[in-house]
Design a protein around this ligand. Sequence first.
Ligand SMILES: Cc1cc2nc3c(=O)[nH]c(=O)nc-3n(C[C@H](O)[C@H](O)[C@H](O)COP(=O)(O)OP(=O)(O)OC[C@H]3O[C@@H](n4cnc5c(N)ncnc54)[C@H](O)[C@@H]3O)c2cc1C
Length: 442
Amino acid sequence: MGSESFWLLTAGPYTPNSPLVGEERADVAILGAGFAGLSSALHLKEAEPGLKVVVLEQAFVGYGASGRNAGFAMTLFGLTLSLTALRFGRQAAAEAHRYMEQAVDYVGELVARYHIDCDYERPGFLRVATSPAYVRRIREEIELAHRLGLTGIEWLDAAAVREQVNSPLYLGAWWEPRCALLNPVKYVRGLKRAAEGLGVRIYEGTPVRSIERRPNGFQLRTPQGVVHAEKIVFATNAYSHLLPPLRRKQVPAFTYIVLTEPLSADRLEPIGWRNRQGIEDARNLVHYYRLTPDNRLLMGGGDVGVPFSKQMDLDENERIFRELEAYIPRVFPSLRGVRIEYRWGGPVSVTIDMAPAIGFLGDRRAVYTLGCIGHGVALTTMNGQIVRDLILERRTALTDLFFVNRRVIPWPPEPIRFALGHLIRGYMRLEDRVLDRGSFRA
Ligand SMILES: Cc1cc2nc3c(=O)[nH]c(=O)nc-3n(C[C@H](O)[C@H](O)[C@H](O)COP(=O)(O)OP(=O)(O)OC[C@H]3O[C@@H](n4cnc5c(N)ncnc54)[C@H](O)[C@@H]3O)c2cc1C
């Protein structure tokens, strides 16, 4: 329960590296060993093998969202394409989508290059319309995508989607072949092995407690050691507000998952789902679901947890677990009474304008990456290449992307932040309830 995901509990034995004890010197120190931190380390060493790179992880590799997510590597950037277009302009929305297309493909390339055994499959993605209002929403998004010149997304009507995955709720779907599914814990541990293979040093059980800027670098204090580094990378995602220089850039929101027992052939037969696509609905507080390799149904999303101030212990939420469990037979009636065997939750990083952010912090010696908005498997892997270019002070097509070094609107201080977080969540829930009207009820 809680922070122990199915993936963490079943990926096989794992011995974390020892914590840092004593002094360490590095060209680059990276805080956080999720996809972002490890991908940054890996790409730095690939580019400059002589660079000394250390990663400091407060708990263990994959402790954060990287070890708890649903494993969709998908093209979504921020909340929706239309919101990105509204906030940054249409050209930026197209640029973001193309970046994410590259990101999804790149996960596959990395998996192949480093022989990462992570149950990688590429079955594609369905965003399903579960009420007439969501039919309109999805069709408008697809029209926008096509007007922006984006390809690889098409509308399936109710009969076509139900032929693939049969649910009485489905009235149509966005179909996008470019989406992979993987086991996130096997993937993050594979990134660790790949980075270590190139000479990256990774310390686990090593929280960075303080960071001091010095004329020629940084001094990072951990419980039993100190790191002197010329440059640093904050790959701390949803935990970033706990670090003073990033306090106002993002807040965590907690999302939850329930996982069933392996589904028998009898239970699966009425659903079909032979191509095993990853599925989301079109609500603001989306439901996301998929099959695991052993044919369990993973059902996640719905309502989210909004913490106050530095609170980070919202990994369990009985009410939301119950809501997710109750949603399963609504989508797939043949799964009524199915046993739930795992429940967990974890924090995603949310900027106030619901878009990722990455860039220099203060000067060119510190870089941060955050704001995955619940869709960071492909994004944060790819962001490792941007971090590399920023740290090496190279100007590339990646560092010219509009969201790199963008102005991040700060969240207000507490208690206003908490109230605003609840207001946004309340609005999203209300709109979801209105748009859910007209959806099928048995
Ligand atoms: C339940 C859930 C489902 C999700 N499903 C999907 C999905 O299907 N597809 C998708 O694309 N995205 C999904 N996401 C989001 C995705 O998991 C994240 O975007 C991604 O894992 C972020 O990677 P990261 O490396 O930036 O952050 P994290 O994996 O959170 O890593 C940050 C690390 O920093 C460490 N840290 C923090 N502070 C310190 C410190 N002071 N010192 C040292 N270490 C520190 C933390 O312990 C943590 O390990 C989901 C997230 C959750 C929670």
